[in-house]
Design a protein around this ligand. Structure first.
Ligand code: HEM
Length: 552
């Protein structure tokens, strides 16, 4: 071998090894988090996240960790030597979520989202995120979301008709996988509300755009092998060359979305431009029209506008962030009500109290009548308690993660322990640039110290006399982290409340829900989803016995 080649090769190896040792060994050993208590590591390659992400035991594990190590805990992450902070201290969580300029989403999460739906609001950071959020915010105002009310009630009613037909075909009751059907219905809602496009998925699932979105999201969910995902992330060109099946599926879905949704964008832009020319503004109230209008608003400086590509990425983002999350919330609520028949009866009674006095079917009501019906529904106190409780108890997004982009001091309000289990004396925890902070939404929502001994139970009445400790917690929605908090909190909170309440109204005034013999388990597969025990291979499902409600 050529001696000069050999020396270059050896020099390269030495540099690579030095970098490796510095970044993964020296930095790991002097890492400030080493000073914080946490469960013992078996070895430097032992990932300690599994128990926190395993939905069948995560609540118990969080409780155990807090009792043993305090509310600021050091854990070993996915990569060897990677130290993570998991915090269940409300002050620390508020600090991390509020300071989005310091605590960003880590690049692997952003890469995964971007490779699927583009760099929309969910993945963007810094100025790009600010600009996108600013353009999108008006679309989610109370006034603009009024258009969503008739969409949700009408789609709820179509789902009702489908289920009535299934019950009729099966006899007096039907076993219905409510997870599957509600997902179809919420896709319809986000299609219409998102860009005025009817997937008509309640009727059948053959629409080209619906299938593209569905396949793409399911592919993302089923990519459960982290090693393959990591390789795809690091070597995308190689995977593309190898014509790897996951990549091919995503690419072909993206082609359909770009073509169909791209045409919709051009069509809307032309209508808005025509409205400006003629002085008769285009009346479209879907998110796409509102985004496009907000983007050309005269009060928005030109350098704050976003491109057509960004508009499409954000519509994709709303499809991604707003379909499964809402459908899972409705599904979990129905399951909890099926398991708690007295709460179900009480809620139905309350919902029936606002049923329109006219004999007209929901489908015959005018838009004004639908609006006033929903206004009554939205104000029902027990419905509000049920929704808060269900979203607290089973948050569809179980956790979130941030990375510190600079050294920082995270304030603590509760005692923490040093690595040798002596009590910590400082009022902050030091984190260095690059440290990952794990925010456990579920662990926070189920914390018995704040919510009381019955924190793991479905108790809608708790909201009438919330413990002081819980009422002081941060969080965008009802002192929970279910919709996160701070500048990166969920923009779709109001949207999903309308959807959840409208669907519960239609479904509970028409049907009675009972559990089947199957045991439904929670599993975290990107989101917290229901599975039948022993039938994980069949995918997420939530079968319930559904019978028509007949007025006594
Ligand atoms: C029950 C339903 C929903 C739940 C539980 C939920 C929960 C969340 C959570 C926890 C986050 C923060 C994620 C993180 O920081 O890692 C988030 C962000 C987001 N959600 Fe939702 N969401 C729901 C419905 C919706 C809907 C209906 C839409 C849109 C139509 C939506 C759009 C978004 C967007 C765009 C973001 C990113 C915001 C940003 O980074 O600025 N979500 N959501």
């Amino acid at each position: 071998m050529d001696p000069s080649f050999l020396s270059v090769f050896i020099a390269f190896l030495v540099i690579a090894l030095t970098c490796f040792i510095y970044y993964f060994v020296v930095l790991a050993i002097i890492h400030p988090l080493q000073k914080i208590a946490g469960p013992p590591k078996k070895n430097w390659f032992h990932c300690q996240l599994d128990p926190l992400l395993d939905a069948s035991r995560s609540a118990r594990v969080h409780e155990y960790y807090v009792q043993k190590y305090g509310r600021s805990i050091r854990l070993q992450g996915v990569f060897p030597f990677e130290q993570r902070l998991i915090t269940l201290d409300p002050l620390s969580i508020a600090h991390v979520l509020k300071n989005s300029a310091i605590y960003e989403k880590p690049w692997p999460s952003r890469w995964l989202i971007t490779s699927l739906i583009g760099e929309g609001m969910l993945a963007a950071e810094g100025l790009m995120h600010k600009r996108q959020r600013r353009v999108a915010t008006p679309a989610f105002s109370i006034q603009n979301l009024r258009g969503l009310i008739p969409v949700c009630l009408t789609k709820g009613n179509q789902l009702r008709d489908r289920w009535m037909q299934m019950i009729h075909d099966q006899g007096e009751a039907a076993h219905i996988d409510v997870c599957h059907w509600i997902s179809r219905a919420t896709f319809d809602v986000i299609g219409l509300a998102g860009f005025d496009y009817n997937f008509d998925a309640i009727q059948d699932e053959s629409n080209e755009l619906f299938m593209a979105y569905k396949d793409m999201f399911e592919t993302a969910v089923s990519q459960s092998n982290p090693m393959v995902t990591l390789c795809r992330m690091l070597l995308p060109s190689l995977f593309s060359l190898m014509r790897e099946p996951t990549m091919l599926t995503i690419q072909s879905c993206q082609e359909v979305i770009h073509r169909v949704a791209g045409d919709l964008i051009q069509d809307k832009k032309a209508k808005i431009a025509h409205g400006i020319e003629t002085g008769v503004p285009y009346a479209g109230r879907d998110l796409l029209s509102l985004l496009l209008k907000s983007n050309v608003d005269k009060d928005l400086p030109r350098d704050q506008q976003i491109s057509d590509a960004d508009i499409l990425h954000n519509i994709n983002t709303f499809m991604f962030a707003g379909s499964d999350t809402s459908s899972l919330s409705i599904t979990w609520t129905l399951l909890l009500l099926a398991q708690n028949p007295s709460a179900q009866d009480r809620l139905r009674k309350e919902l029936l109290s606002v049923l329109p006095t006219s004999t007209a079917a929901l489908s015959d009501l005018t838009e004004d009548e639908l609006q006033s019906l929903y206004a009554n529904v939205a104000n029902l106190p027990y419905l509000d308690n049920v929704v808060r409780e269900s979203v607290r108890l089973i948050p569809p997004v179980h956790s979130s993660i941030r990375v510190a982009t600079q050294d920082d001091e995270i304030p603590v309000s509760k005692p923490y322990f040093n690595a040798d289990m002596t009590p910590g004396r400082r009022e902050t925890i030091s984190v260095s640039k690059g440290t990952l902070v794990h925010v456990s939404i579920e662990g926070f929502n189920l914390d018995k110290e704040f919510w009381g001994e019955d924190a793991w139970e479905f108790q809608p009445d708790r909201w009438d006399h919330l413990p002081e400790e819980a009422a002081a917690l941060p969080g965008l929605y009802s002192n929970t982290l279910s919709f996160s908090g701070g500048p990166r909190s969920c923009i779709g909170l109001r949207f999903s409340m309308i959807e959840i309440k409208a669907f519960l109204y239609v479904l509970l005034t028409n049907f009675v829900f009972k559990p089947t013999e199957d045991k439904i388990m929670k599993a975290n597969v990107v989101l917290t989803r229901p599975y039948v025990k022993g039938k994980y291979a069949q995918g997420s499902q939530c079968p319930l016995i559904v019978t028509p409600y007949t007025k006594k």
